[in-house]
Design a protein around this ligand. Structure first.
Ligand code: MG
Ligand code: ZN
Length: 366
């Protein structure tokens, strides 16, 4: 009899625990993501992420993610991707050729996740520390066959439905070969354009474009200051006023440029700056409860390695001396960090264009 009772208690406990577990799991993925914040560290592979751990003063915000995956970023026709085909894969779900902006391998324009969100009455935002017409942000709103067509990309910006933009690149709008002044055209469309500073107390329903440099913004070392944090918190304040939700892409554009120059200090400064924007996105998502945050990169740049320093020809394991194996991009798999509504979709190893389908799925989760 005692034995039977004992068995019953075990069975009941097992049932109770598994029910609890199921309801916990259900709670995590219940309902769609109202908002998605996609943060792209251009050129940010694992070595670059690791810099935040070895060269920063605080615990990196990367440590706040529980759901981590990897993506492979091979483009059409090559082994190694550039930022254009990399971002086009995220934005449209199509793998394309290097230099493609929002078009597939046959140069056919494909709908981007930003356009898809805008069609569903969500607000949209883009932030970059490069020109807003540079490959990564451009791939979310423009459809041109080559990333170098900055003036065509700027024309597509005017046609696009973008509620908040912050970055550089006004020369592609107001110093053009065709003589047009697209900043005026934007203003005629009702967009508030500012080429000096990011505003405060933004009015919902009124689009804003902040183009704060003729081309790219300064590096951190060159005096950019807290642009990325300011732009991120201003965008989140403003976009979150939309009851339909929003899609926001934030790019740490210059991690890549430090990699191209094999300049470890440049990489480290830019990664630490990017990590602050990640922190703001996570703080927002934590409070909001209906937001998905994804942090990833298009590719790794520099073949960066956190090697042991060498002292008099001897390896010194007590110190890191970052080294680089190339002045270009590399082919290594890229980490994906996810937090919030639908984050569990991003576990595993998949292709870069799967990010599009995963984001769309999270917007549509039942
Ligand atoms: Mg970029
Ligand atoms: Zn690059």
């Amino acid at each position: 009899m005692a034995n039977k009772l004992y068995l019953l208690i075990i069975l009941f406990s097992a049932f109770f625990l598994s029910a609890c577990n199921k309801s916990l799991k259900k709670l995590e993925s219940q309902g769609p993501a109202k908002n998605i914040i996609l943060l792209i560290g251009d050129g940010m592979g694992l070595a670059q992420v690791s810099c935040a751990y070895y060269f920063g003063d605080e615990t990196p915000n990367f440590s706040r993610f529980k759901y981590i995956g990897l993506h492979q970023n091979q483009p059409v026709g090559n082994k190694i991707t550039d930022s254009a085909s990399g971002a086009t894969a995220f934005a449209t779900g199509y793998k394309s050729y290097n230099a493609a902006i929002g078009v597939d391998q046959d140069t056919i324009a494909r709908e981007t996740i930003l356009e898809w969100a805008a069609e569903r009455q969500k607000s949209t935002g883009l932030i970059a520390t490069s020109s807003i017409t540079h490959a990564t942000p451009a791939s979310f709103y423009a459809h041109v066959k080559d990333r170098n067509l900055h003036e065509e990309i700027a024309s597509d910006f005017v046609k696009a439905s973008i509620d908040f933009a912050a970055g550089g690149g006004y020369q592609f709008f107001n110093q053009r070969k065709d003589g047009k002044n697209l900043l005026t055209e934007l203003e005629n469309k009702g967009v508030e354009v500012d080429t000096n500073s990011i505003g405060s107390d933004l009015k919902f329903g009124n689009p804003y474009a902040y183009f704060l440099a003729p081309d790219s913004l300064h590096s951190i070392r060159g005096g950019r200051g807290d642009f990325l944090e300011r732009a991120t918190s201003t965008a989140l304040d403003y976009l979150s006023k939309d009851n339909d939700g929003f899609f926001l892409m934030i790019e740490g554009s210059q991690i890549d440029w430090g990699g191209h120059r094999n300049d470890a200090k440049y990489v480290i400064d830019e990664v630490l700056d990017f990590d602050k924007a990640v922190g703001l996105a996570l703080d927002f998502a934590q409070k909001d409860g209906n937001t998905l945050v994804i942090v990833t990169a298009d590719h790794e740049t520099g073949g960066m390695s956190l090697s042991a320093a060498k002292v008099f020809g001897q390896r010194e394991y007590g110190a890191i001396n970052p080294t680089f194996s190339t002045g270009g991009h590399s082919a290594s798999l890229i980490p994906v960090f996810a937090y919030g509504k639908g984050a569990e979709q991003f576990l595993g190893i998949y292709q870069n264009n799967d990010l599009f389908f995963k984001m769309k799925k999270c917007f549509e989760l039942k």
